[in-house]
Design a protein around this ligand. Structure first.
Ligand code: SAM
Length: 222
């Protein structure tokens, strides 16, 4: 895929600026980064402050009832989503993550998207935001179909941030799209990692946007 794909996309209009969310995003990112100062050769691969803030503002504007995400890791994007649902006073989040603990890595070359020894996915999510959250630990290939089956076509927003191979992205986009409600949103981080997002956009004949580093498309048909 051409490297400038994301920068060429038009920004989707999200809700108004909000100082409180800037502080929240900073606090969560810092909590994770501080923990990683002890594991210098590893990095947490969080969504990022700018994308986190924009994701929050989209969620506050759209007020989804059901959100599904893949890729929790240390819990940055999860915290942002749960903060928005809490501030909206509605909605639930279902997350899937196949965790990679630093001390249990099978792939010794791997340095990113890992969690510290002894921690579980989403360890950085504030306790008071966890009421609206269901976490399934496992591979999205197995866990996503089960989640979608139970939620029966009522998904308002799906966020992909798990494994970024073409196959995984295309699998998650396809199953999520099928289960999204009309007007539902599909968001993906790292859309420059493969052609999956641009191929999917072309196949579905939708207009791609971005918010921060995330690609965004909206389902117009049921
Ligand atoms: C980039 S990190 C997620 C970062 C997180 N969204 C954040 O903002 O902090 C990707 C996570 O997805 C997990 N993962 C990778 N492939 C997966 C798969 N097939 N199913 C579920 N989780 C997967 C990784 O182990 C890691 O925990």
């Amino acid at each position: 895929m051409k490297e400038s794909y994301l920068s060429e996309l038009e920004e989707y209009r999200v809700g108004p600026e909000n100082d409180d969310i800037q502080k929240f995003v900073e606090d969560v990112a810092k909590r994770i980064e501080d923990e990683f100062t002890r594991y210098e050769e590893y990095h947490p691969a969080i969504l990022g402050r700018n994308s986190g803030e924009k994701l929050y503002r989209l969620l506050v504007k759209e007020k989804p009832d059901i959100v599904v995400e893949t890729g929790v890791c240390n819990g940055f994007s999860t915290s942002v989503i749960l903060k928005a649902l809490n501030d909206n006073q509605r909605g639930k989040l279902f997350s899937v993550d196949l965790p990679a603990n630093i001390d249990e890595l099978e792939d010794k070359e791997r340095s990113g998207a890992v969690i510290p020894p002894g921690k579980r996915p989403g360890w950085a999510v504030p306790e008071e935001l966890r009421d609206r959250w269901t976490l399934k630990e496992g591979n999205s290939y197995y866990e996503l179909p089960k989640i979608f089956e139970n939620l029966s076509h009522n998904i308002d927003l799906f966020l992909h941030d798990s494994g970024h191979s073409y196959e995984t992205m295309m699998f998650e986009f396809s199953i999520a799209w099928y289960h999204l409600m009309k007007e539902g949103f599909l968001l993906s981080d790292n859309i420059d990692f493969s052609d999956a997002f641009s191929d999917f956009v072309e196949a579905k004949k939708v207009i791609p946007y971005k918010i921060g580093s995330l690609g965004l498309i909206q389902k117009k048909e049921r």
